[in-house]
Every structure is written in C-alpha cells, then in structure tokens.
Design a protein around this ligand. Structure first.
Ligand code: CP3
Length: 354
C-alpha cells in the first residue's frame, strides 16, 4: 500500500495519536456543489454518474479541490447491490430511488442471486481503482455499502418510505423469509466491500440508515446481527495494513453499547446523540464519527464555528474522533458554510490533542 501524505483519518479510527481531528462530510460530493450539478446535467442522470468510472472519479474529487477534507468517499450509491440482483433501480425526479421489481413474495427471495461484484459491479471496482490513482496518496479513500437491513427496506418497500409497513410487515409475518433475505444481503455486502478493499479502498463504512426504525429487540435480531455477520466476513488486513471499519445506524443512539461489540473500529453518530455521553458509554472499544446536525449548516458561519467547537470539546482530549455531520449534507447548503465548518475543525481541534 502506498504511504499516505495525510493519514490522520485512518489514525483517528484506529485511535492512534494525531495532532488534529480529521474531518470529512457525508454526501460531500453532491448537489450543494454547482460543479456537481453541472456534470450531472451533462451526464444525464445520477445513475449515469455512478456507472461511469471517469465521471464517478471526477465527482469524488470535486469537494477535495474546494475543502481541506481528510478523506475521499467513493461516489456511488448503496442501491447498486439490489440493482445488480436484478431489481431495476431508477430515480424519478424529486421522489428518490425506486425499484421496478421489488421483493415481495417467497419466490422473489429464494430466486435472488448473490452478485459477484467483480463481474456485475465492475463499474464500482473500476471507480475505486481510478480514484485511488487520482488521489496520488493525498488522503485515504472510503468505500461503503448499505447494511443488510437498510438494503432490505428499499428492496421490499420498492422506494423510500416513512412507515416501513411492507418491510416490517414481512418481518413480523414471515420472519424466516426475512432472515433468508438478510442472510443473502450480508453475504453480498461482505463480498462487495471486500472487492472495494481489494481495489484500493483504505477504510469502509456500512450505512444502516433505517435501523433506527426498529424496536430494540428487532434491531438486534434483524439489523445488528447482520452487520456483525458482514464484519466477520471482511478481509481488513491488506499487506500488514489495517483497514478500519465504520458502522453507522441513524437513530441508533440507544444501542451504542451493543453496536460497539459488533467488531467495527468506529461508530457513526447521528446528531441526536450527545457525543460526550456516547464516548463515556463505549469507552475505549471504538472510535466515534460525527455528529453536527446537517441543518446547522444553514446557520451563519460564526454560529457554525461555535457548534464545531462545542462538539470537539464534548468529545474531549485524545484520538478516536472523526468530525462529520450526523447525516448527509442537504442540497441547498451554501458551500461557504462548509468551508466555515472545515476551517473551524482545523482551528479548534489541535487543542484536543495536546
Ligand atoms: O457521501 C458521499 O458523498 C458518497 C456518495 C453517496 C451517495 N449516496 C450519493 C448520492 C453515499 C455514501 C450514498 C449512500 C446512500 N444512498 C444512503 C445511505 C446514506 C444516507 O444518506 O443515509 C442511502 C439511504 C441512499 C439511497 C439514496 N440515494 C437516496 C434515498 C437518494 C435520494 C436522496 C435525495 O436527496 O434525493 C439517493 C440519491 C443520491 N445518492 C444522491 C447522491 C449525491 C443525489 C443524486 C442526485 O440527484 O444527483
């Protein structure tokens, strides 16, 4: 593995000493950037960007040209796996992702293939390789996937949802079938992340966006269990180098102790969780990533600076914190406000590493 010029993101995840807190941002490549909107218009659609490695690479690099982020994240989507399983992903303007063939009946699940990422998601693997080449060792590249549970929500609902009645209905009516689906997804996710690691991803993150919709008991059985299974199948040692892993359950603040036992290097925190309290609860087991409210980026830069300072101070002294938002940035945020956030992390965080 090439030596990184800036490896503080990796070191923070592994809780090794650093002299300032690293920062990146969920959805850092996206619609709040005019240069992203331009290239998306030229390409035709979001999926055209994802499936073209050159364009995916270009879009990944865009935020790094503007801001001093300490990591790049592969430009792609979590729904590439269900698409490769044959569900027919498409995006309808203003309505988010949809599937032509949602998973509803027993035969849909038993017939579902486990995609070979190298053959069927080669556009992702190629994008990872190309991005690594373009980064020239400046900052590490994060690979990612959705969690089995979160992928299952989209696959069964067929789109985004507020109540999750189809997927939770299946879970309560046919738990064995749900387990069969989640088991296939866990294997697919692990193979997909391992392919990204082999192609050059230097850290990986699992997004469990909808785990927080479950009761505590169901979270353990249907979400966390499968996140653990994924983790146990990952090959996280590459030529003697540890590939750190991050697990993020939005709305998972109640379950941090259990999440910290799932084997990941770090937990992502949403903005509702107090980071001082989270650190006290997980102790030395894992690093933490987060957790400014994405809407706080609507505030004036001075207010953003104060928010950043407060989160850094709450985490307190020592390594093990990666600054981020508590969820993805919204499309109408002023990029200058992102700069204010990043600059504030640079200004205030050295005091946390004395
Ligand atoms: O963070 C990054 O910059 C990397 C790229 C990334 C995208 N999606 C690009 C994207 C990542 C890590 C994701 C993950 C993803 N995708 C998740 C998990 C993280 C989360 O946000 O909770 C989920 C649930 C999805 C599914 C998905 N993709 C939805 C619900 C949407 C529509 C949302 C919207 O704002 O319209 C997408 C589309 C999507 N994925 C966009 C981007 C930049 C917007 C596409 C566009 O219109 O240009």
């Amino acid at each position: 593995m090439t030596t990184l010029k800036n490896d503080i993101f990796i070191k923070a995840l592994l809780k090794q000493p650093i002299d300032r807190t690293p920062v990146w941002m969920m959805r850092q490549a996206g619609r709040y950037l005019p240069e992203y909107r331009q290239i998306r218009k030229e390409a035709g659609s979001f999926l055209d960007l994802c499936t073209n490695p050159e364009l995916a690479c270009e879009v990944t690099m865009q935020p790094l040209r503007r801001f001093d982020f300490d990591a790049a994240i592969l430009f792609s989507d979590i729904l590439t796996i269900p698409d490769a399983m044959g569900l027919g992903l498409y995006f309808s303007e203003g309505e988010g992702p949809k599937f032509k063939h949602p998973v509803r009946a027993e035969k849909d699940i038993t017939n579902l293939p486990i995609p070979d990422p190298v053959a069927e998601l080669s556009y992702v693997v190629d994008a990872v390789r190309l991005i690594r080449k373009n980064l020239q060792g400046s900052v590490p590249l994060i690979g990612f996937s959705g969690s089995p549970w979160t992928l299952a929500t989209y696959m069964v609902e067929g789109s985004s949802s507020k109540s999750f009645q189809k997927v939770k209905g299946l879970m309560y009516q046919s738990p064995m079938l749900m387990h069969q689906l989640l088991d296939k997804l866990a294997q697919s996710v692990a193979m997909y992340l391992n392919a990204q690691i082999e192609a050059g991803a230097q850290a990986v993150m699992v997004f469990d966006t909808w785990g927080g919709m479950l009761s505590t008991e169901d979270y353990n059985e249907f979400s966390l269990n499968y996140a653990k299974q994924v983790r146990s199948l990952l090959k996280t040692n590459v030529e003697g180098q540890e590939i750190p892993t991050i697990f993020f359950t939005k709305g998972g603040g109640l379950w941090l102790e259990d999440m910290a036992d799932a084997g990941y290097s770090a937990l992502g925190l949403d903005w509702q969780t107090d980071i001082a309290n989270a650190r006290a609860r997980v102790g030395e087991k894992v690093a933490l990533q987060g957790n400014m409210d994405p809407i706080a980026l609507y505030a004036e830069p001075e207010k953003i600076r104060q928010k950043v300072k407060s989160i850094l101070q709450k985490y307190g002294q020592g390594s093990g914190h990666v600054f981020n938002l508590g969820h993805g940035i919204l499309p109408d945020v002023n990029p200058e406000h992102v700069k204010a956030m990043v600059d504030a992390v640079h200004e205030f965080s050295p005091q946390c590493h004395l």
